[in-house]
Design a binder for this molecule. Structure first.
Ligand code: ADP
Length: 358
């Protein structure tokens, strides 16, 4: 089966700004893919190219295997959900959801059946005859979602759909979007700048920065083996340790010369070769604190500067002898480490990763 949508080496320029540079990405049947990146990284431009509001300067876009340059927006069979709900104020929720079916001239009985099913799936049966002004933001976004799914689109595009909601509602709707997408299997391209949202929802995440897709993979692969420093720091917290040189140990690991002359053992998942600029990444939750030094290459002496108790976790702010700040995140149920005694930062075996310094 063809990809629901495929960008093949697509670029798009606005005057001097290269908004999208050589982007390649396919959303496969049934797949949920997030575009995750900071503001200005090109996410909305990719969505606008997908719907046909913009045309690429170079490269190719296909929708279900068909060249999109010949397809007008209404021929692309795309459902859309925006941050602002864009509901029709003078139509009831039922009429809003039915609208895309009505304009496609579906038989009335079929429209009723589909709309009832969607009202039920989104838990809106009791509000079906209300108007948009009479419901909450979360309910409005459910209606927008049901409306986008009503005509069983070949592709669903969502542009920060939870951005206008408060945190609890966001989490609730996030769960519903996940459930609905997995149940209907509609291929989805989802724009967000929220890391946890992307991790929670996606089969795969495309990390965007400065108009480029800098990493693409499953949430676990991107988090555990980020390809570079930027990706590691954008997707979660990361301690970054300098590396001046390293020696390949031949089993996918290296001995790296790092802070204060320490030689640390690290994994090299992307097979970096000597000569590249590299750093070590160490996730705060892989760190432990000890009163004694650990095995050679697996700990660093540190001083505890601050402890923040956060409930489930505690965050420790630490400093190396050379002045560099580091963080450790430990379970909140562990006792607080003694602030005035010397400590050693250790980690689960081979937690440090050698990655490109990009
Ligand atoms: P994001 O959705 O990740 O915030 P955008 O795709 O909106 O990023 O923007 C990517 C880059 O392209 C930004 O530098 C932005 O200023 C620029 N840009 C987007 N749309 C236009 C436009 N219509 N005219 C000029 N520049 C634009």
């Amino acid at each position: 089966m063809s990809a629901a949508i495929a960008f093949e080496r697509v670029s798009k320029r606005f005057g001097d700004t290269l908004a999208i540079e050589d982007a390649s990405l396919a959303v496969e049947p049934g797949e949920f893919v997030s575009l995750l990146g900071p503001s200005g990284s090109g996410k909305s431009t990719l969505l606008n190219l997908a719907v046909g509001a913009l045309q690429p300067d170079s490269g190719r876009l296909t929708i279900q295997g068909r060249d999109a340059s010949r397809l007008a927006t209404h021929q692309r069979d795309i459902g859309m959900v925006f941050q602002r709900y864009a509901l029709f104020p003078h139509k009831t929720l039922r009429e809003n959801i039915a609208y895309p079916l009505a304009i496609r001239r579906q038989p009335a009985a079929e429209v009723r059946r589909r709309v009832d099913a969607l009202l039920q799936m989104t838990g809106l049966q009791a509000q079906a005859e209300r108007y948009p002004a009479e419901i909450s933001g979360g309910q409005a976004q459910r209606v927008a979602l049901a409306r986008a799914l009503a005509f069983e689109p070949a592709l669903l595009l969502m542009d920060e759909p939870l951005g206008a909601l408060d945190k609890n509602l966001r989490l609730e709707l996030q769960a519903e979007i996940h459930h609905l997408q997995r149940r209907t299997g509609v291929p989805t391209l989802y724009v967000t700048h929220d890391q946890e949202e992307a991790l929670y929802l996606s089969h795969r995440i495309a990390l965007c920065n400065l108009g480029r897709i800098v990493a693409l993979g499953t949430p676990e692969a991107l988090y555990r083996e980020p390809p570079n420093r930027w990706a590691a720091q954008f997707l979660g917290d990361a301690n970054v340790l300098p590396v001046s040189a390293w020696r390949d140990l031949g089993d996918g690991t290296v001995a790296a010369d790092s802070s204060g002359g320490a030689v640390l053992r690290a994994r090299n998942p992307h097979g970096l070769r000597n000569g590249s600029r590299a750093v070590l990444i160490l996730r705060p939750e892989d760190c432990r604190l000890y009163e004694q030094p650990q095995a050679a290459g697996a700990s660093l002496p540190v001083r505890l500067e601050h402890r923040h108790f956060l409930g489930a976790r505690q965050r420790l702010e630490l400093r190396l002898a050379d002045g560099q700040a580091l963080q450790a995140s430990l379970s909140g149920s562990l006792p607080a480490p003694a602030a005035d005694s010397p400590l050693h930062l250790g980690w689960s075996e081979l937690a440090p990763l050698l990655v490109e310094d990009l």
